[in-house]
Design a protein. Structure first.
Ligand code: EPZ
Length: 419
Protein backbone atom coordinates (compact mmCIF):
# COMPACT_ATOMS: atom_id res chain seq x y z
CA UNK A 1 0.00 0.00 0.00
CA UNK A 2 1.46 3.35 -1.02
CA UNK A 3 1.52 6.35 1.27
CA UNK A 4 2.60 9.98 1.21
CA UNK A 5 5.30 11.28 3.50
CA UNK A 6 4.74 14.99 3.93
CA UNK A 7 7.05 17.38 5.76
CA UNK A 8 5.04 20.48 6.54
CA UNK A 9 6.06 24.06 6.99
CA UNK A 10 7.15 25.16 3.50
CA UNK A 11 5.45 28.22 2.07
CA UNK A 12 3.95 27.38 -1.30
CA UNK A 13 4.49 29.44 -4.40
CA UNK A 14 3.98 28.90 -8.11
CA UNK A 15 1.71 28.63 -11.11
CA UNK A 16 -0.39 25.63 -11.92
CA UNK A 17 -2.49 24.50 -14.88
CA UNK A 18 -5.69 23.06 -13.42
CA UNK A 19 -6.65 19.50 -14.42
CA UNK A 20 -9.88 18.58 -16.20
CA UNK A 21 -12.92 17.76 -14.10
CA UNK A 22 -13.37 14.19 -12.88
CA UNK A 23 -17.06 14.65 -12.24
CA UNK A 24 -17.59 15.92 -15.79
CA UNK A 25 -15.35 13.42 -17.53
CA UNK A 26 -17.07 10.36 -16.04
CA UNK A 27 -20.68 11.03 -17.15
CA UNK A 28 -19.41 12.37 -20.49
CA UNK A 29 -17.52 9.11 -21.07
CA UNK A 30 -20.77 7.23 -20.33
CA UNK A 31 -22.61 9.58 -22.73
CA UNK A 32 -20.15 8.75 -25.52
CA UNK A 33 -21.73 5.29 -25.57
CA UNK A 34 -24.88 6.86 -27.04
CA UNK A 35 -23.12 8.14 -30.15
CA UNK A 36 -22.39 6.74 -33.59
CA UNK A 37 -18.94 7.83 -34.62
CA UNK A 38 -15.85 8.81 -32.73
CA UNK A 39 -15.73 11.07 -29.67
CA UNK A 40 -12.50 12.82 -28.78
CA UNK A 41 -12.49 14.12 -25.21
CA UNK A 42 -9.74 16.61 -24.52
CA UNK A 43 -8.55 17.84 -21.10
CA UNK A 44 -9.61 14.48 -19.70
CA UNK A 45 -7.84 13.97 -16.35
CA UNK A 46 -5.52 10.96 -15.94
CA UNK A 47 -7.18 9.42 -12.88
CA UNK A 48 -7.95 5.92 -11.68
CA UNK A 49 -11.71 6.65 -11.93
CA UNK A 50 -11.28 7.66 -15.59
CA UNK A 51 -9.39 4.40 -16.24
CA UNK A 52 -12.29 2.53 -14.61
CA UNK A 53 -14.78 4.28 -16.93
CA UNK A 54 -12.57 3.33 -19.86
CA UNK A 55 -12.60 -0.34 -18.75
CA UNK A 56 -16.40 -0.25 -18.46
CA UNK A 57 -16.72 1.18 -22.00
CA UNK A 58 -14.45 -1.52 -23.41
CA UNK A 59 -16.42 -4.19 -21.59
CA UNK A 60 -19.63 -2.87 -23.20
CA UNK A 61 -18.17 -3.31 -26.69
CA UNK A 62 -16.87 0.24 -27.22
CA UNK A 63 -13.26 1.03 -28.04
CA UNK A 64 -11.76 3.53 -25.61
CA UNK A 65 -8.13 4.66 -25.70
CA UNK A 66 -6.62 7.14 -23.30
CA UNK A 67 -3.35 8.97 -23.69
CA UNK A 68 -1.98 12.47 -23.02
CA UNK A 69 -5.21 13.67 -21.37
CA UNK A 70 -7.27 12.68 -24.37
CA UNK A 71 -9.86 9.90 -24.43
CA UNK A 72 -10.87 8.60 -27.84
CA UNK A 73 -14.09 6.60 -27.77
CA UNK A 74 -15.64 4.69 -30.63
CA UNK A 75 -19.03 3.32 -29.57
CA UNK A 76 -20.01 1.86 -32.95
CA UNK A 77 -19.52 -1.69 -31.61
CA UNK A 78 -21.40 -1.13 -28.33
CA UNK A 79 -23.60 -4.20 -28.05
CA UNK A 80 -23.35 -5.39 -24.46
CA UNK A 81 -25.30 -4.17 -21.46
CA UNK A 82 -23.80 -6.01 -18.51
CA UNK A 83 -21.22 -4.40 -16.22
CA UNK A 84 -19.37 -6.89 -14.01
CA UNK A 85 -19.75 -6.32 -10.28
CA UNK A 86 -16.04 -5.62 -9.71
CA UNK A 87 -16.16 -2.72 -12.22
CA UNK A 88 -19.41 -1.40 -10.71
CA UNK A 89 -17.73 -1.32 -7.28
CA UNK A 90 -14.75 0.74 -8.43
CA UNK A 91 -16.62 4.06 -8.42
CA UNK A 92 -20.00 5.72 -7.90
CA UNK A 93 -20.17 6.96 -11.49
CA UNK A 94 -20.49 3.40 -12.79
CA UNK A 95 -24.24 3.86 -12.19
CA UNK A 96 -24.27 6.55 -14.90
CA UNK A 97 -23.79 3.86 -17.50
CA UNK A 98 -27.30 2.65 -16.71
CA UNK A 99 -29.03 5.55 -18.50
CA UNK A 100 -26.52 5.39 -21.36
CA UNK A 101 -26.89 1.63 -21.90
CA UNK A 102 -30.69 1.91 -21.83
CA UNK A 103 -30.49 4.70 -24.40
CA UNK A 104 -28.21 2.63 -26.60
CA UNK A 105 -29.35 -0.98 -26.38
CA UNK A 106 -32.40 -0.95 -24.13
CA UNK A 107 -31.27 -3.45 -21.50
CA UNK A 108 -28.64 -3.48 -18.79
CA UNK A 109 -27.48 -5.54 -15.83
CA UNK A 110 -25.62 -3.57 -13.15
CA UNK A 111 -25.20 -3.63 -9.38
CA UNK A 112 -25.12 -1.08 -6.61
CA UNK A 113 -22.14 1.20 -7.35
CA UNK A 114 -19.06 1.80 -5.18
CA UNK A 115 -17.44 5.16 -4.53
CA UNK A 116 -16.54 7.18 -1.45
CA UNK A 117 -18.26 6.08 1.75
CA UNK A 118 -20.06 9.22 2.83
CA UNK A 119 -23.05 7.57 4.52
CA UNK A 120 -25.94 5.89 2.71
CA UNK A 121 -25.84 6.59 -1.03
CA UNK A 122 -29.04 5.02 -2.37
CA UNK A 123 -30.01 4.96 -6.06
CA UNK A 124 -33.78 5.06 -5.49
CA UNK A 125 -34.22 8.34 -7.41
CA UNK A 126 -32.29 6.94 -10.40
CA UNK A 127 -34.46 3.81 -10.51
CA UNK A 128 -37.77 5.61 -9.96
CA UNK A 129 -36.99 8.05 -12.78
CA UNK A 130 -35.94 5.35 -15.23
CA UNK A 131 -39.07 3.44 -14.42
CA UNK A 132 -41.17 6.52 -15.23
CA UNK A 133 -39.44 6.50 -18.60
CA UNK A 134 -40.73 2.99 -19.24
CA UNK A 135 -37.93 0.86 -17.82
CA UNK A 136 -38.82 -2.41 -16.13
CA UNK A 137 -36.56 -3.10 -13.19
CA UNK A 138 -35.89 -6.52 -11.63
CA UNK A 139 -33.77 -7.72 -8.78
CA UNK A 140 -31.71 -10.48 -10.30
CA UNK A 141 -29.86 -12.34 -7.52
CA UNK A 142 -28.52 -9.16 -5.99
CA UNK A 143 -27.93 -7.53 -9.38
CA UNK A 144 -30.21 -4.98 -11.03
CA UNK A 145 -31.68 -5.84 -14.42
CA UNK A 146 -33.34 -3.01 -16.24
CA UNK A 147 -35.01 -3.19 -19.61
CA UNK A 148 -37.04 -0.97 -21.90
CA UNK A 149 -39.75 -3.20 -23.41
CA UNK A 150 -40.48 -0.87 -26.35
CA UNK A 151 -37.99 0.23 -28.97
CA UNK A 152 -37.10 3.47 -27.17
CA UNK A 153 -37.54 4.82 -23.65
CA UNK A 154 -40.45 7.25 -23.28
CA UNK A 155 -40.15 10.90 -22.39
CA UNK A 156 -41.68 11.74 -19.00
CA UNK A 157 -42.17 14.53 -16.45
CA UNK A 158 -39.96 13.78 -13.51
CA UNK A 159 -39.84 15.74 -10.25
CA UNK A 160 -36.85 14.94 -8.10
CA UNK A 161 -37.37 15.12 -4.32
CA UNK A 162 -33.75 16.40 -4.06
CA UNK A 163 -31.58 17.81 -6.86
CA UNK A 164 -29.36 14.73 -7.09
CA UNK A 165 -26.43 15.18 -9.46
CA UNK A 166 -26.22 11.52 -10.43
CA UNK A 167 -29.98 11.04 -10.88
CA UNK A 168 -30.19 14.19 -13.05
CA UNK A 169 -27.33 12.88 -15.21
CA UNK A 170 -28.84 9.41 -15.53
CA UNK A 171 -32.20 10.83 -16.61
CA UNK A 172 -30.53 13.07 -19.20
CA UNK A 173 -28.59 10.10 -20.58
CA UNK A 174 -31.72 7.99 -20.91
CA UNK A 175 -33.81 10.88 -22.27
CA UNK A 176 -31.59 12.19 -25.08
CA UNK A 177 -32.57 9.31 -27.36
CA UNK A 178 -36.00 8.60 -25.86
CA UNK A 179 -39.27 9.12 -27.67
CA UNK A 180 -40.72 12.57 -26.98
CA UNK A 181 -40.09 15.18 -24.32
CA UNK A 182 -38.64 14.70 -20.83
CA UNK A 183 -38.84 17.46 -18.24
CA UNK A 184 -36.79 17.21 -15.06
CA UNK A 185 -38.10 19.41 -12.25
CA UNK A 186 -35.82 20.22 -9.32
CA UNK A 187 -32.87 19.13 -11.43
CA UNK A 188 -29.31 19.51 -10.12
CA UNK A 189 -27.66 22.72 -11.35
CA UNK A 190 -24.02 21.73 -10.89
CA UNK A 191 -21.64 22.99 -13.61
CA UNK A 192 -20.79 19.38 -14.47
CA UNK A 193 -24.43 18.89 -15.55
CA UNK A 194 -24.00 21.79 -17.98
CA UNK A 195 -20.77 20.25 -19.24
CA UNK A 196 -22.53 16.94 -19.89
CA UNK A 197 -25.33 18.76 -21.73
CA UNK A 198 -22.75 20.80 -23.69
CA UNK A 199 -21.14 17.58 -24.85
CA UNK A 200 -24.48 15.99 -25.76
CA UNK A 201 -25.57 19.10 -27.68
CA UNK A 202 -22.30 18.96 -29.63
CA UNK A 203 -23.35 15.40 -30.56
CA UNK A 204 -26.76 16.62 -31.79
CA UNK A 205 -28.94 16.30 -28.66
CA UNK A 206 -31.83 18.69 -27.99
CA UNK A 207 -31.51 19.89 -24.37
CA UNK A 208 -32.55 23.18 -22.81
CA UNK A 209 -32.47 24.61 -19.30
CA UNK A 210 -29.33 22.97 -17.90
CA UNK A 211 -27.93 25.11 -15.12
CA UNK A 212 -31.52 25.90 -14.09
CA UNK A 213 -34.00 23.89 -12.03
CA UNK A 214 -35.98 22.56 -14.98
CA UNK A 215 -34.26 20.77 -17.81
CA UNK A 216 -36.17 19.95 -21.00
CA UNK A 217 -34.92 17.21 -23.27
CA UNK A 218 -36.46 16.32 -26.61
CA UNK A 219 -35.31 12.89 -27.72
CA UNK A 220 -33.51 12.45 -31.05
CA UNK A 221 -32.98 9.19 -32.91
CA UNK A 222 -29.27 9.57 -33.55
CA UNK A 223 -26.25 11.22 -31.96
CA UNK A 224 -23.01 11.81 -33.82
CA UNK A 225 -19.48 11.75 -32.42
CA UNK A 226 -17.67 15.02 -31.68
CA UNK A 227 -14.56 16.61 -30.27
CA UNK A 228 -15.12 18.17 -26.84
CA UNK A 229 -12.99 19.76 -24.13
CA UNK A 230 -13.84 18.77 -20.55
CA UNK A 231 -14.26 21.70 -18.15
CA UNK A 232 -11.63 22.40 -15.45
CA UNK A 233 -12.01 20.67 -12.07
CA UNK A 234 -13.46 23.21 -9.63
CA UNK A 235 -12.87 20.96 -6.60
CA UNK A 236 -9.22 20.26 -7.48
CA UNK A 237 -8.93 24.05 -7.94
CA UNK A 238 -10.46 24.63 -4.51
CA UNK A 239 -7.98 22.13 -3.04
CA UNK A 240 -4.87 23.90 -4.36
CA UNK A 241 -6.23 27.29 -3.23
CA UNK A 242 -7.02 25.95 0.26
CA UNK A 243 -3.59 24.31 0.41
CA UNK A 244 -1.86 27.62 -0.29
CA UNK A 245 -4.15 29.40 2.16
CA UNK A 246 -3.24 26.84 4.84
CA UNK A 247 0.51 26.72 4.26
CA UNK A 248 0.94 30.38 3.31
CA UNK A 249 2.37 31.72 0.05
CA UNK A 250 0.92 32.51 -3.35
CA UNK A 251 -0.47 30.61 -6.29
CA UNK A 252 -1.70 31.36 -9.79
CA UNK A 253 -4.20 28.79 -11.01
CA UNK A 254 -4.52 28.74 -14.78
CA UNK A 255 -7.24 27.16 -16.92
CA UNK A 256 -9.80 27.53 -14.15
CA UNK A 257 -13.55 28.06 -14.20
CA UNK A 258 -13.78 31.21 -12.10
CA UNK A 259 -17.55 31.66 -12.22
CA UNK A 260 -18.21 28.02 -11.29
CA UNK A 261 -15.78 28.32 -8.35
CA UNK A 262 -17.44 31.46 -6.99
CA UNK A 263 -19.40 29.69 -4.19
CA UNK A 264 -16.06 28.46 -2.81
CA UNK A 265 -14.03 31.60 -3.49
CA UNK A 266 -16.58 33.90 -1.87
CA UNK A 267 -16.20 31.97 1.41
CA UNK A 268 -12.42 31.71 1.16
CA UNK A 269 -12.24 35.50 0.79
CA UNK A 270 -13.55 35.81 4.38
CA UNK A 271 -10.33 34.23 5.65
CA UNK A 272 -8.35 37.35 4.73
CA UNK A 273 -6.52 35.88 1.73
CA UNK A 274 -5.99 38.21 -1.21
CA UNK A 275 -7.82 36.66 -4.16
CA UNK A 276 -7.97 38.13 -7.66
CA UNK A 277 -9.75 36.50 -10.55
CA UNK A 278 -9.76 37.07 -14.28
CA UNK A 279 -11.46 35.03 -17.01
CA UNK A 280 -9.72 31.75 -16.44
CA UNK A 281 -7.08 32.57 -13.85
CA UNK A 282 -7.19 32.80 -10.07
CA UNK A 283 -4.44 34.39 -7.99
CA UNK A 284 -4.35 33.79 -4.24
CA UNK A 285 -1.93 35.20 -1.70
CA UNK A 286 -1.87 34.45 2.00
CA UNK A 287 0.38 36.60 4.13
CA UNK A 288 -0.89 36.71 7.70
CA UNK A 289 -2.62 34.02 9.72
CA UNK A 290 -6.03 33.08 8.31
CA UNK A 291 -9.15 34.46 9.98
CA UNK A 292 -12.02 32.15 10.91
CA UNK A 293 -15.16 32.41 8.75
CA UNK A 294 -17.86 34.11 10.82
CA UNK A 295 -20.92 32.89 8.95
CA UNK A 296 -21.88 29.24 9.21
CA UNK A 297 -20.48 27.36 6.16
CA UNK A 298 -23.46 25.38 4.92
CA UNK A 299 -22.96 22.82 2.18
CA UNK A 300 -25.79 23.01 -0.35
CA UNK A 301 -26.50 21.95 -3.92
CA UNK A 302 -24.95 24.32 -6.50
CA UNK A 303 -24.81 27.33 -6.41
CA UNK A 304 -24.39 26.78 -2.66
CA UNK A 305 -21.09 25.93 -0.99
CA UNK A 306 -19.96 22.54 -2.43
CA UNK A 307 -19.92 19.54 -0.11
CA UNK A 308 -16.82 18.33 -1.97
CA UNK A 309 -14.89 21.36 -0.66
CA UNK A 310 -16.03 21.10 2.97
CA UNK A 311 -13.18 18.91 4.27
CA UNK A 312 -10.64 20.84 2.24
CA UNK A 313 -11.62 24.24 3.61
CA UNK A 314 -11.85 22.82 7.12
CA UNK A 315 -8.21 21.67 6.86
CA UNK A 316 -7.22 25.30 6.28
CA UNK A 317 -9.51 26.76 8.96
CA UNK A 318 -8.24 24.49 11.77
CA UNK A 319 -5.31 26.90 12.20
CA UNK A 320 -7.28 30.12 11.59
CA UNK A 321 -7.75 32.76 14.24
CA UNK A 322 -11.19 32.20 15.78
CA UNK A 323 -14.03 29.71 15.46
CA UNK A 324 -15.66 28.53 12.22
CA UNK A 325 -18.78 26.39 12.04
CA UNK A 326 -19.57 23.97 9.23
CA UNK A 327 -22.95 22.43 8.46
CA UNK A 328 -22.96 19.39 6.16
CA UNK A 329 -26.33 19.10 4.45
CA UNK A 330 -25.68 16.74 1.54
CA UNK A 331 -24.17 13.57 3.03
CA UNK A 332 -24.78 11.96 6.45
CA UNK A 333 -21.22 10.89 7.08
CA UNK A 334 -18.84 13.43 5.62
CA UNK A 335 -16.79 14.31 8.68
CA UNK A 336 -14.60 11.22 8.68
CA UNK A 337 -11.49 13.36 8.13
CA UNK A 338 -11.97 15.15 11.45
CA UNK A 339 -10.40 12.32 13.52
CA UNK A 340 -7.17 12.66 11.54
CA UNK A 341 -7.18 16.47 11.84
CA UNK A 342 -7.75 16.13 15.61
CA UNK A 343 -4.82 13.69 15.79
CA UNK A 344 -2.73 16.43 14.16
CA UNK A 345 -3.71 18.85 16.93
CA UNK A 346 -6.94 20.43 15.58
CA UNK A 347 -9.80 21.37 17.89
CA UNK A 348 -12.99 20.13 16.18
CA UNK A 349 -16.26 19.11 17.73
CA UNK A 350 -18.75 17.28 15.54
CA UNK A 351 -22.39 17.47 16.62
CA UNK A 352 -24.69 15.83 14.07
CA UNK A 353 -24.64 17.95 10.93
CA UNK A 354 -22.45 20.63 12.52
CA UNK A 355 -18.70 20.75 13.08
CA UNK A 356 -17.30 23.49 15.30
CA UNK A 357 -13.70 24.30 14.45
CA UNK A 358 -11.76 26.37 17.02
CA UNK A 359 -8.57 27.56 15.40
CA UNK A 360 -5.30 26.44 17.02
CA UNK A 361 -1.97 28.21 16.36
CA UNK A 362 -0.29 25.17 14.76
CA UNK A 363 -0.81 21.53 13.78
CA UNK A 364 1.81 18.79 14.13
CA UNK A 365 2.52 15.84 11.85
CA UNK A 366 0.98 12.42 12.59
CA UNK A 367 0.32 9.01 11.05
CA UNK A 368 -3.12 9.24 9.42
CA UNK A 369 -5.21 7.29 6.94
CA UNK A 370 -7.43 8.68 4.17
CA UNK A 371 -10.87 7.08 4.11
CA UNK A 372 -12.35 8.99 1.16
CA UNK A 373 -11.18 11.22 -1.69
CA UNK A 374 -11.76 14.76 -0.37
CA UNK A 375 -11.10 13.75 3.25
CA UNK A 376 -7.72 12.40 2.10
CA UNK A 377 -6.96 15.63 0.22
CA UNK A 378 -7.88 17.58 3.37
CA UNK A 379 -5.34 15.58 5.38
CA UNK A 380 -2.65 16.44 2.82
CA UNK A 381 -3.62 20.14 3.05
CA UNK A 382 -3.32 20.03 6.85
CA UNK A 383 -0.03 18.11 6.71
CA UNK A 384 1.57 20.69 4.41
CA UNK A 385 0.80 23.41 6.96
CA UNK A 386 1.77 21.35 10.03
CA UNK A 387 5.08 21.18 11.88
CA UNK A 388 6.95 17.94 11.29
CA UNK A 389 6.30 14.75 9.37
CA UNK A 390 2.95 13.22 8.40
CA UNK A 391 2.60 9.73 7.00
CA UNK A 392 -0.65 9.64 5.01
CA UNK A 393 -1.99 6.20 4.05
CA UNK A 394 -5.00 5.27 1.92
CA UNK A 395 -3.78 7.47 -0.93
CA UNK A 396 -5.52 5.38 -3.58
CA UNK A 397 -8.53 7.55 -2.59
CA UNK A 398 -6.60 10.69 -3.57
CA UNK A 399 -5.49 9.13 -6.86
CA UNK A 400 -9.16 8.74 -7.81
CA UNK A 401 -9.57 12.50 -8.12
CA UNK A 402 -6.22 14.33 -8.30
CA UNK A 403 -3.95 14.01 -11.29
CA UNK A 404 -0.27 13.66 -10.31
CA UNK A 405 -1.04 15.08 -6.87
CA UNK A 406 2.48 14.95 -5.46
CA UNK A 407 4.02 16.44 -8.63
CA UNK A 408 1.58 19.35 -8.38
CA UNK A 409 2.42 19.92 -4.70
CA UNK A 410 6.19 19.66 -5.32
CA UNK A 411 5.89 22.19 -8.17
CA UNK A 412 4.52 24.63 -5.58
CA UNK A 413 7.44 23.97 -3.23
CA UNK A 414 5.69 21.49 -0.91
CA UNK A 415 7.66 18.61 0.56
CA UNK A 416 5.79 15.41 -0.30
CA UNK A 417 7.02 11.97 -1.34
CA UNK A 418 5.14 8.86 -2.49
CA UNK A 419 6.49 5.66 -0.95
C1 EPZ B 1 -22.00 13.63 -7.07
O1 EPZ B 1 -22.33 12.45 -6.37
C2 EPZ B 1 -20.51 13.74 -7.07
N1 EPZ B 1 -19.94 12.56 -7.72
C3 EPZ B 1 -20.00 13.84 -5.65
O2 EPZ B 1 -18.59 14.06 -5.69
C4 EPZ B 1 -20.65 15.04 -4.98
O3 EPZ B 1 -20.28 15.06 -3.62
C5 EPZ B 1 -22.18 14.95 -5.09
O4 EPZ B 1 -22.57 14.78 -6.47
C6 EPZ B 1 -22.90 16.18 -4.55
O5 EPZ B 1 -22.43 17.33 -5.20
C7 EPZ B 1 -19.83 12.53 -9.05
O6 EPZ B 1 -20.23 13.43 -9.76
C8 EPZ B 1 -19.20 11.33 -9.62
P1 EPZ B 1 -26.09 13.14 -5.35
P2 EPZ B 1 -23.79 11.84 -6.44
O7 EPZ B 1 -26.87 12.10 -6.07
O8 EPZ B 1 -24.32 12.01 -7.81
C9 EPZ B 1 -28.97 11.41 -1.93
C10 EPZ B 1 -16.34 13.75 -5.11
O9 EPZ B 1 -15.73 13.94 -4.03
N2 EPZ B 1 -29.54 10.51 -2.95
O10 EPZ B 1 -26.29 14.56 -5.71
O11 EPZ B 1 -23.72 10.49 -5.87
C11 EPZ B 1 -27.54 10.98 -1.57
O12 EPZ B 1 -27.54 9.92 -0.66
C12 EPZ B 1 -17.71 13.09 -5.12
O13 EPZ B 1 -15.85 14.03 -6.22
C13 EPZ B 1 -30.61 9.70 -2.63
O14 EPZ B 1 -31.10 9.70 -1.50
O15 EPZ B 1 -24.53 12.81 -5.43
C14 EPZ B 1 -26.98 12.27 -1.02
O16 EPZ B 1 -27.33 12.40 0.32
C15 EPZ B 1 -18.08 12.48 -3.82
N3 EPZ B 1 -31.13 8.89 -3.61
C16 EPZ B 1 -27.66 13.33 -1.85
O17 EPZ B 1 -28.82 12.70 -2.43
C17 EPZ B 1 -30.62 8.85 -4.86
O18 EPZ B 1 -31.14 8.08 -5.70
C18 EPZ B 1 -26.81 13.93 -2.95
O19 EPZ B 1 -26.34 12.90 -3.80
C19 EPZ B 1 -29.54 9.68 -5.19
C20 EPZ B 1 -29.00 10.51 -4.21
Amino acid sequence: MQKFTIIGGNRLSGEMFLQGSKNSALPIMAAAMLTDGQCVLKNCPALTDVYSASRILNCLGCKCHFSSNCAVIDASGADRGEIPENLMREMRSSIMFMGAILGRIGECIVSVPGGCELGPRPIDMHLAALSRMGAEIFDCGGRIRCRIPSERAKGARISLSFPSVGATENIILCAVKAEGETIIHNAAREPEICDLCGFLRACGANIKGDGESSIIINGVTRLNGCEYTIMPDRIAGATYLAMTAAAGGEIILKNTCTAEMEPFISVLEHTGCGIYTSDNKIYLRRGQRLKAVRDRIRTMPHPGFPTDAQAILMAALVTADGTSVFEENIFDCRYRHTDALIKMGADIQVMGKAAVVRGVPKLHGADVEATDLRGGAAMAVAALAADGVTHLGGISHIDRGYEKFEEAVVSLGGNIRRE
